[in-house]
Ligand binder design. Sequence first.
Ligand SMILES: [Cu+2]
Length: 99
Amino acid sequence: MLQEPRCGVWFGPTPRWLVPPMITPSRGCTMTHLELDISGMSCNHCVGAVTKALQSVHGVVVEQVAIGKATISYDAEATSPAQIALAIEDEGFAVLTSP
Ligand SMILES: [Cu+2]
């Protein structure tokens, strides 16, 4: 039986709205939009750290990261909001919105 590429692990053509080289959802994959309010961010270094933390989470597509805020989409089959928050907290920031 032919296996469908799992959500979040398929590296295909990058949609215009994504910053390459991001993971793009596979066909039939449902991505959930998520906005996070993050405390402890004060400069571009923090933006970079949060971006890197989010990118390290399997199944996450980073849309935009700014000071105090991150906008992402995630594949609910690959990860969860709790895992995403944990990755940010590992970098020393706090997630204010609990989805
Ligand atoms: Cu900073």
